[in-house]
Design a protein around this ligand. Structure first.
Ligand SMILES: [Zn+2]
Length: 60
């Protein structure tokens, strides 16, 4: 098990959970400021995961 993978899963879960439950995201049909923060954390975690030799698709 790698901690970077765990962080990636956590960040993704947090982001998806937010989008699913956030009224503003639904109202606008676009990511709100908080969602963007979560998305950025998710992207960072994903980059960190890739750098640490994470397996999977090379892009996105
Ligand atoms: Zn939102």
């Amino acid at each position: 098990m790698s901690s970077s993978h765990e962080a990636l899963e956590n960040a993704r879960h947090t982001y998806e959970q937010h989008v699913r439950t956030c009224r503003q995201c639904h109202a606008d049909g676009a990511a709100c400021a908080v969602a963007k923060l979560h998305l950025r954390a998710y992207n960072n975690a994903r980059r960190e995961h890739m750098r640490s030799g994470g397996r999977g698709a090379p892009t996105g």
